[in-house]
Write a protein that binds this ligand. Sequence first.
Ligand code: NAD
Ligand code: ZN
Length: 259
Amino acid sequence: MSTDPSSGDLARARGLLEDAARVFILTGAGISAESGVPTFRGEDGLWRSYRPEELATPQAFRKDPRLVWEWYAWRRGKVSDCEPNPGHRALARLALARPARIVTQNVDGLHEVAARDEADGSDWSAASPLELHGSLFRVRCTECAYHGRDRADIDATDRDTLPSCPECAALLRPDIVWFGEALDPLVLSAAFDEAREADLCLVVGTSAVVQPAASLPRITREAGGSVIEVNPQTTPLTDFADVALKGPAGIVLPTLMGD
Ligand code: NAD
Ligand code: ZN
């Protein structure tokens, strides 16, 4: 594994980035690795004796919402202790400065934190990510259309203390795409539009095997754009990419952007 992309690759990637009128940025769990976000399946990601497939489902929530909320409270706490790394920050600066859209598979909210930090009090919406799988810090109502962002502590000691809807008082649930659930079609079509309209797709820290995210770089390519991959490992996209920058996002992205 190299952490130092060859200068030829770096120069080519810089050229593609400079020439791009519009950039589509697709990120996965790898962008948050250097922030110490626990992976679902790693040792840090395990909670009690449960597997994520037993808790991250609509059936589990119907059966025992308190247990599922308790798990999400624990995950929120773990992620709240993490900070965006230089990779998140470099992407936020890019999206604030130029036509670019961040589309993420992550649920950790770190792109949003980086966007707010980098905007430093001004409008950060240009760097607000499209969250394909939802977010640990978003909630939605189980009965009405209410949805919102929420970083408050969750009290999951009892069914009655669980978060409730400010509009209809019904139970709120994490706004996360669970196993067996479809992605929000509006979010998905917005992501496909972004991929199609961009002339550069920057793919960062995703193993490029989970659909439909894995096909988005191909949409950019089919529409005539280029693809840059940033990942220390080889993925199914590596050979397909115009340039593969092999290294950790927290080092490669600031270097690519000339920071
Ligand atoms: P993945 O775990 O399948 O792949 C992660 C990729 O990141 C790998 O290819 C790895 O080589 C690469 N990587 C590791 N360290 C890196 C670094 N420092 N810089 C750049 N790349 C690095 O993740 P995925 O493709 O996002 O798919 C997994 C699914 O799990 C997604 O659906 C996602 O929602 C979910 N998930 C999210 C989080 C999070 O929110 N942070 C964490 C774990 C899993
Ligand atoms: Zn409601």
